[in-house]
Write a protein that binds this ligand. Structure first.
Ligand code: F6P
Length: 341
């Protein structure tokens, strides 16, 4: 068989582990040929690819990023995108495509699959917001990085008796904020799923200082916002791909809390450091399992599906089902963390 792989959308620790696993399983165990498209769907649309053999994937298991490169370009961005991609798949004699990506990539994968292409998806995102899989690889690494940063920030916050508002990634969901906040013992966590009450947040942080504590850490997912009408707030706009370009929750919230509490407050934006660098052992294992199962699905002819972690098993679920909704933080998980509502 001849299989094409691509990585698309925001990168994520563990992508190289999937690529390596696909090549090992396909080339070594099945005798397949594997090619990798450069920079996501862009590589398929422009027929820009490289051969992936054992040498090409040597030593990449622990490496962050993606050896194939990534972009946010999707077939639907071009008028003839789907047709062009189909033409290249036929020209290259591909029996299957394995796109590895998040929400946008999986939607594109579904579109390509609906157009008749043999597609098996692999979900990835540090945000952990893909429905139907319990976890996505990259999330554990991002939470680990954010938790370590929060641990470090506590000591400087305490030295200066400050409020630090720490912004973590999470456009639509607050999984990284919730988990890192719990792991580091933050004093408040705000997430996109539940617009926060600024009076309540001020009270929680203020009570800490009144109780004699010398600092407070508030973790804010980048997409969190206040309840409508409770605080002046700039939500930002959209970038050229229609992705949110936030005006900055940490900056706005730290100014508001400083004014309300009369305590020094500072914004800290963790940003892309959460996505860079080596994946944790957990993410390497999950990514490797996804790669292995994606190749098996190709050999069974199980197209239009993606790999998913269900409990401890890897299962194949339909792309149509996978892209219907995002996996948001449920109320009971939020309450467990004793957050500000
Ligand atoms: O990968 C998803 C994500 O990490 C979001 O949490 C974040 O908003 C976005 O990517 C940032 O993407 P970009 O690298 O395009 O700025």
């Amino acid at each position: 068989m001849r299989i094409g792989v691509l990585t698309s959308g925001g990168d994520c620790p563990g992508l190289n582990a999937v690529i390596r696993s696909v090549v090992h399983r396909a080339v070594v165990d099945h005798g397949d040929e594997v090619i990798g498209f450069r920079d996501g769907w862009k590589g398929l649309l422009e027929c820009d690819y490289l051969k992936l053999d054992l040498d090409a994937v040597g030593g990449i298991l622990a490496r962050g990023g993606t050896i194939l490169g990534s972009s946010r370009v999707q077939p639907s961005h071009l008028r003839d995108g789907v047709e062009r991609a189909k033409g290249h798949v036929a020209e290259l004699g591909l029996d299957a495509i394995i796109p590895i990506g998040g929400e946008g990539t999986l939607k594109a994968a579904r579109l390509m699959s609906d157009s008749g292409l043999p597609v098996v998806g692999v979900p990835k995102t540090i945000d952990n917001d893909i429905a139907v899989t319990d976890v996505t690889f990259g999330f554990d690494t991002a939470v680990t990085v954010a938790t370590e940063a929060l641990d470090r920030l506590k000591t400087t916050a305490e030295s200066h008796q400050r409020v630090l508002v720490v912004e973590v990634m999470g456009r639509h969901t607050g999984w990284i904020a919730l988990h890192s906040g719990m792991a580091a013992g933050a004093h408040a966590v705000v997430v996109p799923e539940r617009p926060f009450d600024i009076d309540e947040l001020t009270r929680v942080v203020g009570n800490r200082f009144q109780a004699g504590k010398r600092f407070a850490i508030v973790v804010a997912a980048e997409g969190a916002k206040p309840r409508a009408g409770t605080m002046e707030f700039d939500e930002g706009g959209k970038d050229i791909y229609g992705h949110e370009r936030f005006a900055g929750i940490a900056r706005q919230l730290s100014i508001e809390l400083e004014e309300r509490l009369g305590k020094e407050a500072r914004p800290v934006i963790l940003g892309h450091v959460q996505r860079g660098g080596t994946p944790t052992a957990y993410d390497r294992v999950l990514a490797t399992r996804f790669g292995w199962h994606a190749v098996e699905a190709v050999h069974r002819g199980e197209f239009g599906k993606m790999t998913a972690l269900r409990g401890t098993d890897i299962e194949m679920v339909s792309l149509a089902e996978a892209v219907q909704t995002l996996k948001t933080v449920p109320q009971d998980r939020y309450e467990e963390a004793e957050c500000v509502l």
